[in-house]
Design a protein around this ligand. Structure first.
Ligand SMILES: NC(=O)c1ccc[n+]([C@@H]2O[C@H](COP(=O)([O-])OP(=O)(O)OC[C@H]3O[C@@H](n4cnc5c(N)ncnc54)[C@H](O)[C@@H]3O)[C@@H](O)[C@H]2O)c1
Length: 348
């Protein structure tokens, strides 16, 4: 049966991958609610522009009147809430917008959803789900040992992770207090095609392709647990369709690597896929830069709950996912150039 899924932040990196998945693999109607901030780009969704199952609403998730209108107009069965300010460095230079979107925006989504859900007929009310997509950064950071799990206490370090932690608490409170059928996922760092060229993996690829220095924070020893975006998308669909209401599922790709290992892997893939005699070994472009303030040392995920309870597991290894990502960026340098220019215009 066809149903409607409301996706917030669908013009972002993960949201647009989710919408491509929903449009290509289900017969759902999809409503994309996105403000189109500097991070939003709809080029990866242009193929659906004339599809009657795809609907785009440019709106701010913190605008209650707009969110209420969108709920009553489209009557979604599922909400997948991804809209956020998502870049840690930006949260250090300008935290205000993180509070607005990640906290006030999530509160607004919850209130608009609750008002709509309360009046649904009983059989539909039971099927309604609100999935909040969050980050493992809410748990702070690890030393060399151990893993984050659903039981790890919250200890966010940056304004970004603190704002996401606040939004997670709001979502759980709306479930406990008002019985709104919510679920929360916390995942590790995503990578893949269409990622905004200010995040680590696209920065390394693009700088290397343009023979520019590849900036690596500190000594490059910080560890992230990399998750291929399409594996994340499959996990989100699994959770919203089969997860238990009120539960949290943490998602990881078994891809623990130091930032320096990531940079080396990209340089080696580029040497194979885009050899450049003028550069020789791409690794020579790596330049160590002053570390980020409050830089978390290591994130690593124990995803056994979603793996055993919901039977999800990643399909890509870091090697296979990285290779397709590098290929995609080589073939889409024009898109990257356009987004980098947009970023410069935005700053000007
Ligand atoms: N990228 C990752 O590695 C990662 C890891 C863990 C969790 N997450 C979470 O996943 C979600 C999506 O991340 P992403 O990397 O795709 O982010 P992104 O920055 O690429 O996209 C965010 C999208 O939200 C939109 N947006 C921002 N403010 C808005 C507002 N006020 N109203 C409506 N739309 C607004 C932007 O226009 C953009 O399209 C976020 O909630 C993020 O916290 C991301």
């Amino acid at each position: 049966m066809s149903q409607t899924v409301l996706v917030t932040g669908g013009a972002g990196f993960i949201g647009s991958a989710l919408i491509r998945h929903l449009m290509n693999n289900t017969n759902n109607h999809v409503v994309n609610v996105d403000k189109l901030t500097y991070a939003g780009d709809t080029e990866g969704l242009e193929v659906f522009a004339n599809n009657p199952r795809y609907h785009f609403e440019r709106a701010d998730i913190a605008d209650m009147a707009e969110m209420s209108r969108i709920f009553s107009e489209y009557r979604p069965l599922h909400v997948m809430h991804l809209a956020a300010e998502s870049h840690v460095d930006r949260s250090i230079s300008g935290p205000g917008v993180f509070v607005h979107t990640n906290i006030v925006g999530t509160y607004t989504m919850l209130e608009a959803a609750r008002a709509y859900w309360q009046d649904l007929p009983a059989n539909i009310k039971d099927q309604f789900r609100f999935l909040h997509i969050s980050t493992d950064e809410v748990y702070g950071h690890l030393g060399l040992e151990g893993y984050f799990s659903e039981e790890t206490p919250y200890k966010p370090s940056s304004p970004y992770s603190a704002s996401k932690a606040s939004s997670d608490h709001l979502v759980r409170a709306w479930q406990r207090t008002f019985a709104l059928p919510t679920l929360v996922t916390n995942c590790s760092n995503n990578y893949g095609p269409w990622q905004f060229p200010e995040k680590l993996i696209p920065v390394v690829i693009n700088n290397a392709l343009q023979a520019r220095p590849i900036p690596i924070y500190g000594e490059g020893s910080n560890v992230r647990d990399w998750l291929y975006v399409d594996d994340h998308v499959r996990a989100l669909c699994t959770v919203i369709n089969t997860g238990r209401v009120g539960e949290t599922y943490i998602i990881g790709g078994k891809g623990e690597r130091t930032n320096l290992q990531v940079a080396y892997a990209i340089c080696d893939a580029l040497t194979e896929l885009a050899p450049n005699p003028k550069i020789g070994n791409y690794r020579n472009l790596i330049t160590f830069v002053k570390d980020r303030a409050g830089h978390d040392f290591r994130y690593a995920i124990d995803a056994s709950k979603i793996e055993t309870e919901l039977k999800w597991k990643p399909q890509e290894t870091f090697e296979t996912g990285l290779k397709s990502t590098v290929k995609w960026y080589i073939e889409n340098q024009e898109w990257c150039g356009r987004l980098v220019q947009k970023l410069k215009d935005h700053k000007a």
